[in-house]
Design a protein around this ligand. Structure first.
Ligand SMILES: O=C[C@H](O)[C@H](O)COP(=O)(O)O
Ligand SMILES: C=C(OP(=O)(O)O)C(=O)O
Ligand SMILES: [Mn+2]
Length: 462
């Protein structure tokens, strides 16, 4: 039987306003592709999604910290072993820095194995007098600026599923097959530039971790416990035809799950509380995140909870705030206070990138590393004032030595952007900027935890 027929959850969004959906030129081809996907094996299992929900509830309570990161837009030709391994190693290094610095377990979530669809500010792009549809991610069209490349092609959805499966296969092999073993903490630094201050600092930290593990072994702790790590996948749940086709009912519980990734998020441009995206995600049992930009109101927040998490299930709903460095300190407290006043214990995660994008001379979309840090600082300050622990950080990054964001250890300038700008959409932190960020966040976490455990500095929780 076609699994889609079993899951009404996958269908109730139809007929509601669905923002940012492609104008597929041939609906019959779309139908053939989604019917095919509806019989394809699920990429993730319900139990894994439930486990992530439980980890997110720990982060919401301040007992863990989320690290979510990867490309702005994965590209089909980019699912190579080197590129996937580079991102994984970067995330593992950042997680080691955060865990070591803040003595808190890190929940590792890739923006990987499915992050192929992009919402855009404008449906069209004009270059030298020629106007074509914008690039909406490899799930929809191709970024080359020709009419043929920009034509939406539903066959891409199957290619995205296949690339996601291949990526996830490698991720699972790395996470469970010894590569993520904490004993390899030095090896994760291999293959990257070693001349940055962050790389040197990382080497010293890795040596310290090695020493700690030797100590633990001497104390009789079983080193096999450090052999495997948990790693989850996530992407923006943008293309509802794709997500619906991959929705499956869990036989054990009868609940429906989006099986394209463990966690899906609703983007800033598709978070209309009465829209199709919120409706779809209200019907699946995965942990769900919502991006909140500076225009988010306290009423929006309550509507999301009513629609998506009426039972207030711990870990079900996370808020990824992307306010911009100059708005976070004003907008976030209003939302968090409203949440607290209504007994809402969501996991609050900062995305310090999407509110800080601008176009530099030369036409490159970029972000300043210092702005990114400032938004994280603002996010931490707001939490400190409210007496709660931040839930995590969400960033666009790559293991490659790209020059897409300004500043950081190598002090990338506007003139450097052209040298190695490879992103299909938004500018990503490169490897050394990612480690720089992790060290700074580890320090902020450490300070925050110290303050929270210091009775003289602790306010009553709102
Ligand atoms: O990644 C996010 C969005 O797709 C992106 O920020 C939108 O960018 P645009 O304003 O160039 O369309
Ligand atoms: C589109 C994105 O973000 P936002 O919805 O916050 O703009 C993104 O994360 O790439
Ligand atoms: Mn982006």
């Amino acid at each position: 039987m076609n699994p889609m027929e079993k899951s009404t959850a996958a269908q109730t969004w139809r007929g509601l306003p669905a923002a940012q959906q492609p104008d597929w030129p041939d609906r019959d081809v779309l139908r053939r592709v989604t019917d095919d996907l509806a019989t394809a094996p699920p990429l993730v299992q319900a139990a894994e999604c439930d486990r992530l929900r439980s980890r997110l509830s720990e982060a919401a309570r301040g007992e863990a910290f989320v690290l979510q990161g990867g490309d702005c837009a994965e590209v089909l030709g980019g699912a190579t072993a080197d590129s996937i391994q580079g991102k994984l190693k970067t995330l593992l290094q950042m997680a080691a820095i955060l865990t070591h610095g803040a003595s808190v377990p890190v929940v590792k979530i890739g923006r990987m194995a499915g992050q192929y669809a992009k919402p855009r500010s404008s449906p069209t792009e004009t270059r030298e007098g020629v106007t074509l549809p914008s690039y909406f991610g490899d799930a929809v069209n191709d970024r080359a600026f020709t009419a043929a490349a920009r034509r939406p092609d539903p066959a891409r959805l199957r290619a995205v599923y296949d690339a996601s499966a291949a990526t996830l296969n490698l991720v699972r092999a790395f996470a469970g097959g010894g590569f993520a073993d904490l004993h390899r903490v030095h090896a994760w630094n291999q293959g990257f530039l070693t001349d940055s201050p962050a790389a040197g600092r990382y080497e010293r930290l890795a040596t310290e971790i090695d020493r700690t593990m030797a100590f633990m072994r001497a104390c009789g702790v079983d080193p096999r416990q450090l052999h495997i790590t948990e790693f989850f996948t996530s992407h923006e749940g943008l293309l509802l035809d794709y997500e619906s086709a991959l929705t499956r009912e869990d036989e054990a519980t009868g609940r429906s799950y989006a099986t394209s990734a463990h966690l899906l998020w609703i983007g800033e441009r598709t978070r209309d509380p009465d829209g199709a995206h919120v409706e779809y995600f209200s019907r699946v049992a995965n942990p769900v995140a919502i991006k909140l930009g500076p225009s988010t109101t306290a009423d929006d927040l309550l509507a999301y909870v009513d629609r998506i998490d009426p039972q207030r299930l711990p870990g079900r709903l996370s808020f990824v705030t992307r306010m911009g460095r100059d708005r976070v300190r004003d907008v976030l407290p209003v939302l968090m206070e409203k949440a607290a006043a209504n007994g809402i214990r969501a996991c609050w995660i900062t995305d310090p990138m999407h509110g800080n994008t601008f176009t530099a001379d030369g036409g490159y979309k970029t972000r300043r590393f210092d702005d990114v840090i400032d938004e994280v600082k603002g996010f931490f300050e707001v939490h400190k004032a409210l007496g709660v622990q931040p839930g995590g950080i969400h960033v666009e990054l790559t293991g490659e030595d790209v020059t897409e964001c300004l500043g950081g250890g190598h002090d990338i300038g506007v003139g450097d952007l052209a040298r190695s700008y490879d992103s299909a959409c938004d500018p990503r932190l490169n490897h050394s900027q990612s480690l720089d960020l992790a060290f700074l966040v580890a320090e902020m976490l450490q300070d925050g935890r110290r303050a929270l455990h210091d009775p003289a500095l602790t306010r009553t929780r709102p």
